[in-house]
Design a protein around this ligand. Structure first.
Ligand code: SF4
Length: 477
């Protein structure tokens, strides 16, 4: 009898200890779920087999949980954010909205250029239309057409979303849409501080897809003599969300105006990506995240003029294709076209080689760009110099493509650009053939949208170009 009582007590104690251990584990996993969602770095509660904690006050899971929740709410109110949902990482947005599913639902909308607070708000009638529909004088997409796609967001999530800066009001507003005869569509966006940026949608009928050219800065400090943006000077760099909002609006316009879907994005609009590398890399990562914009890395290209040899490695942090705007390989000619060139072309090329050396095979392909100008860089000697210059790159890169961009007139009345001329078709073909003859893949980019100043090198927000005093003030701020 006594023995069986002792056995019962032992079994009872063991079971109690096991249950207590299991409860602690459950609390810990709950705590970690909240901590992970909330990005709160708190010490883990310690687990002990017998259910007792040495530092109960600090490590007790319930207290930890409470602390974590409090810190999370502090964190949320602290972050009440200067950043809109589109500028957050998926984990940050999940944390803000209290669940990954909600964040994914939002991104279902952002990918289509839709504001979820508009789409899921039950107070808005089903036949209401987006303001851009009126701008395009289009019958548009009635809201009802999209309701029901993907998981719906509840009132709590919508309230949280509305408490964050809105993409369409606090990041940028769409001000103008200009369409060329060939379908090239230029969007003028007004940023929160009143500055303007341009982004261009280039539809390709044969591929049934579109390319989007986006800006990374307002103006540019590189001052390339043939480029309208370079003549503006630098005003300021764009934040990640201001880069991404261009893709958001472009997707919206493609959806409403039934333009082919965007599957290719190039950082070739206003600005030099290397002068804003951190934000550009963050934006590029969002573009290729399958849960966000979901483009493939090979179809996103960051194009840099190469201000210094290290810039290639900085930009190579983004899992996308790299392009180098070489323009000319002879130092003197290069300096005349890109006056901010400080390094030798060999040093810059070494920087590029170093950057591609560390990349995966999929991203080892490189693009070189040459803006061809009549009598400046389109001679036989220029082509042969380029062939020689390309050889080490060809050996290292998995694929090398040279894109020739016949210069687009920027109607300059002063400076070097006033004397520049478009290259003749004959010279462009000759230049291309020389490169091809030496085994280099070389294509000539067709000029698109030049009658509406939407072509390469023509982007400059004339209406927005601030005075020198305004520029200085903005830079000082
Ligand atoms: S070509 Fe590119 S780098 Fe040069 S001034 Fe224009 S935007 Fe800047």
């Amino acid at each position: 009898m006594r023995i069986s009582i002792i056995i019962y007590i032992i079994i009872f104690k063991r079971t109690e200890s096991w249950i207590s251990y299991k409860i602690q584990r459950w609390k810990l996993s709950e705590h970690q779920r909240i901590v992970n969602n909330g990005r709160i770095d708190t010490p883990k509660p310690s687990l002990s087999r017998n259910g007792s904690d040495t530092e109960k006050n600090y490590h007790h899971p319930r207290k930890q949980l409470r602390t974590a929740l409090k810190m999370e709410s502090d964190n949320q109110s602290m972050n009440k954010l200067s950043t809109s949902p589109i500028g957050l990482t998926l984990d940050q947005l999940s944390n803000q909205l209290g669940g990954r599913g909600r964040a994914l639902s939002c991104w279902e909308c952002y990918r289509k250029g839709l504001d979820p607070t508009w789409l899921f708000d039950s107070k808005i009638t089903n036949d209401s239309i987006e303001p851009e529909v009126k701008m395009l004088k289009n019958s548009g997409w009635p809201r009802g057409k999209l309701v029901g796609r993907g998981p719906e967001l509840g009132d709590k999530t919508l309230t949280l979303l509305k408490s964050m800066p809105s993409i369409e009001h606090d990041v940028a507003q769409l001000s103008h849409i200009t369409k060329s005869k060939d379908g090239t569509t230029k969007l003028l966006l007004v940023l929160k501080d009143g500055l303007k940026i341009e982004t261009v949608i280039i539809p390709w009928e044969d591929r049934k897809r579109s390319t989007l050219c986006i800006s990374s800065q307002v103006g540019c400090r590189q001052g390339c003599t043939f480029c309208a943006t370079g003549r503006m000077g630098i005003v300021r760099s764009l934040r990640t969300e201001e880069i991404l909002v261009q893709v958001y609006y472009a997707n919206k316009i493609c959806r409403i105006d039934e333009i082919h879907e965007i599957d290719n994005i190039v950082f070739m609009g206003m600005g030099e990506p290397a002068d804003n590398a951190c934000e550009v890399v963050k934006a590029a990562k969002t573009l290729v995240d399958p849960n966000m914009f979901g483009l493939t890395g090979r179809r996103v290209t960051i194009s840099t003029v190469g201000p210094n040899p290290d810039c290639f490695s900085e930009l190579a942090e983004a899992p996308v294709t790299l392009a180098w705007s070489v323009h000319a390989t002879r130092q003197k000619v290069r300096k005349a076209l890109v006056p901010t060139t400080k390094h030798s072309m060999q040093d810059l090329r070494d920087g590029l080689l170093k950057a591609i050396h560390g990349r995966s095979r999929r991203l080892k392909s490189v693009m070189l760009e040459i803006a061809l100008l009549n009598g400046q860089n389109d001679s036989y000697e220029d082509a042969m110099d380029l062939v020689e210059f390309c050889q080490p790159i060809q050996q290292q890169a998995s694929k090398l493509v040279v894109n020739l961009i016949p210069w687009n007139d920027i109607n300059a009345t002063s400076g070097a650009a006033s004397s520049f001329q478009k290259p003749t078709l004959e010279n462009v073909i000759k230049f291309q053939n020389i490169l091809r003859h030496h085994g280099i893949r070389c294509y000539t980019r067709i000029t698109r949208g030049d009658e509406e100043s939407s072509a390469c090198g023509q982007l400059a927000t004339k209406k927005a170009a601030p005075s020198r005093e305004q520029n200085n003030q903005l830079i000082a701020n």
